[in-house]
Design a protein around this ligand. Structure first.
Ligand code: SF4
Length: 191
């Protein structure tokens, strides 16, 4: 049987740190908001800035930041950067379900992933027409869109160095970083 062109291997790393430390050492809101302003998704979906909620309250409302990184290593070495979106979509959707469940269980707030929002399929995001999100119960901002340095988070807290592609080729692997802020003291990753 032919192997799925988009087959990949995954490994995970997770950690919990105090939100106060995470904000102090890993957040630079001005710098990363400027990156968002230069992105084609800026203002084009409800997960991206400019946010219509109070970001400072969102990132200071809880005591603990439980963060997770997923390393996605394609089995095929000849995939182009354009094809990376399919790999990312598959793993991202699984991780979003897990984080949304942890958000419900902890009573906290989830941070998702930047880029395109998949919840409306091929339909244009309602934000383009100035309408409210069709799935506010599912859509969350990314850590990056709230000013966090994901490369630093991945490397220093989760032990995964981020890599970037070049010449139209994927890097050796891709890394997604998300999380949940909450007030639980127990290890929420111990499932
Ligand atoms: S769920 Fe739909 S309306 Fe909401 S941000 Fe995503 S694409 Fe836009």
């Amino acid at each position: 049987m032919e192997e799925d062109r988009y087959a990949y291997d995954v490994d995970y790393a997770a950690v919990t740190v105090p939100v106060e430390r995470y904000n102090r050492e890993f957040r630079d809101a001005e710098r990363f908001l400027e990156c968002c302003r230069n992105c084609g998704n800026y203002g084009k979906n409800w997960a991206c800035p400019p946010h219509v909620f109070d970001v400072e309250r969102y990132v200071t409302a809880y005591r603990n930041a439980s963060l997770i990184a997923v390393r996605i290593t394609p089995r095929r070495k000849d995939l182009g950067i354009e094809e990376a979106s399919e790999l990312l979509r598959r793993e991202r959707q699984k991780l979003e379900q897990r984080l949304l469940r942890l958000e419900r269980e902890t009573g906290g707030r989830m941070f998702g992933f930047s880029g395109r929002c998949y919840y409306c399929g091929e339909e244009e995001c309602a934000r383009i027409q100035g309408n409210p999100c069709r799935h506010p119960e599912l859509v969350r901002p990314s850590l990056e869109a709230c000013g966090y340095n994901l490369a630093l988070t991945a490397e220093k807290l989760l032990g995964m160095e981020m890599k970037w592609g070049s010449d139209g080729r994927l890097p050796e692997y891709l890394v997604l970083v998300g999380g949940v802020f909450h007030d639980k003291e127990e290890d929420i990753w111990a499932e």
